[in-house]
Design a protein around this ligand. Structure first.
Ligand code: ADQ
Length: 471
């Protein structure tokens, strides 16, 4: 196998299951945040990506995509059920998101998690050049740093957690908590979205493993593991350029007409997930319609909710509940040709998504808990004329940076309604001042800045990054 100086290890390869019409593989951009974030960084570097290619047969041999080598890790049906749908998405995902749904603990899921993490570690060990840099992504693979260090002590190993990391009181529920922490501590640098997450992790390392720990450094035998906040971002310039493209502005104009030329358009774009606060938001909107504070057709809501993780029971139940709510609200408050909610479950290409961002006078991003939330950042970057109000949950990582958003606690229904009304009724001057400040923040803190700051912290001597940029 050809080896690479930089290897990204993530649960999935960033390619579509389907081939493009010309037979080439395409980057899969949506609806996940991880690929959206890493795509601009890896394009045209001599990097490799280790991940699952979809399907349950033997791992396919894949061509390079945009110069990035693709190493497929095979998964069986049992692996998928017990590792991905089980331990990753029905144990860790709810536990890391405030247990808004009950995490489930099954010993068989843990065994699958270990087995699959071992397979990913072996694939990464085979793909990395001597003294190379391996960057492990997210909660599916928390044991990989430790396993990989045993196989390849020469490597620099980074781990980045895209989702939030819970406070000790919650994490302590996990039956295999010590092993999970030890797995992450195989890395040289552990990155989180927020400083609070790094703090939580340090407390757990001290409490569970009795290691000397501060919010920046943890001693593991002879080694020092650094930890810290590296808030992920977006390709701000690309987003702004797309938003200013004439075909996108034309499309936005037509969308507004198709929506009945309302005075105010509210938009929400989420993966269909119980952490995203969709039900709470719909309830707030319904109450505002019922009280007459918001009227159709002057105001309409566009709710985009792409189903994901369809095989996890919670997600199917959520979809049914959301669709019931949407149907009820449209039945009560819509008229023929004038629905109160335009509800879409399709993935869109980037131009269409950005046209939607450009139509939205208010963007409502109100997750109950979210590591970062890239949609909030994409919306801000797309508002190139400094219009548009962002309603943002305090519990999204993005709130730590986008302080000028209209911040709300999505558990507080009255607060959510007030926040929505404040955003709808804000003066153009207030909206512009807030948007300008947030856009400026994203101009300086874009995805390139994120990757640079993480990778240069990981590669302290700078030798690997130099090798990458000169290759
Ligand atoms: P996600 O939970 O997937 O990511 P988010 O950060 O909002 O959430 O990213 C979603 C991405 O999918 C965005 O780039 C968005 O544009 C895209 N998308 C959503 N709906 C779409 C649609 N209908 N069509 C096309 N594209 C769509 C996880 C964590 C987050 C963290 C990211 C990155 O849960 O907290 O921000 O990883 O670290």
């Amino acid at each position: 196998m050809r080896q690479s100086p930089l290897v990204v290890v993530a649960n999935r390869l960033p390619i579509d299951d389907n081939l493009a019409p010309d037979g080439a593989f395409e980057w899969r951009r949506s609806p996940g945040g991880l690929v959206s974030a890493l795509h601009p960084l890896l394009r045209h570097t001599p990097a490799a990506w280790v991940g699952w290619a979809g399907g349950t047969g033997p791992a396919p041999h894949l061509p390079d995509v945009d110069g990035v080598r693709m190493h497929a890790v095979p998964l069986t049906g049992d692996d998928l059920r017990d590792h991905e749908e089980g331990f990753a998405n029905a144990t860790l995902w709810p536990l890391y998101h405030d247990a808004v749904e009950q995490p489930e603990y099954h010993r068989r899921w843990w065994e699958a998690y270990q087995r699959v993490n071992q397979r990913f570690a072996e694939a990464a060990a085979a793909a990395a050049e001597p003294d190379g840099l391996v960057w492990v992504q997210d909660y599916h693979l928390q044991l990989v740093p430790g396993l990989l260090r045993e196989l390849r002590p020469d490597l620099r190993i980074g781990f980045f957690l895209h989702v939030s990391f819970p406070p000790p009181e919650l994490f302590m529920q996990l039956p295999r908590r010590a092993e999970l922490l030890r797995g992450m501590l195989g890395a040289d640098l552990i990155g989180f979205q927020r400083a609070q997450a790094a703090h939580n992790f340090a407390q757990l390392a001290a409490q569970v493993l009795e290691l000397p720990a501060t919010d920046r450094r943890i001693g593991v035998g002879e080694r020092v593991v650094r930890i810290g906040a590296f808030p992920i971002s977006i390709d701000t310039a690309e987003m702004a350029a797309l938003a200013a493209r004439p075909d996108v502005t034309d499309r936005a104009r037509r969308l507004r007409q198709d929506l009945g030329s309302p005075e105010r358009v509210i938009l929400s774009v989420d993966r269909m997930d119980y952490t995203k606060g969709i039900e709470q938001r719909l309830k707030a909107y319904r109450e505002l319609l019922a009280s007459g504070d918001v009227k159709v057709p002057d105001t309409v809501l566009v709710q985009v909710a792409v189903p994901s993780r369809n095989r996890v029971a919670h997600h199917q139940i959520l979809r049914d509940r959301v669709e019931h709510q949407v149907g009820r609200i449209n039945g009560e408050f819509g008229r023929v040709g004038e629905p109160a909610i335009h509800y879409l479950t399709q993935p869109f290409d980037r131009a269409e998504l950005v046209a939607l961002y450009r139509v939205a006078d208010v963007m409502a991003v109100t997750p109950l808990r979210d590591g970062m939330n890239l949609v909030a950042k994409e919306y801000v970057a797309a508002r190139v004329d400094d219009t548009g109000a962002l309603l943002l949950s305090e519990f999204a990582g993005a709130a730590a940076e986008l302080e000028q958003a209209y911040l709300v606690n999505p558990h507080d229904l009255d607060g959510l309604k007030q926040g929505l009304l404040a955003a709808l009724r804000a003066t153009p001057e207030d909206v512009a001042a807030r948007m300008r400040a947030m856009r400026e923040h994203l101009r300086r803190n874009d995805i390139q800045a994120w990757a640079r700051s993480y990778l240069s912290a990981l590669d302290a001597s700078g030798s690997l990054l130099r090798r990458l940029t000169t290759t």
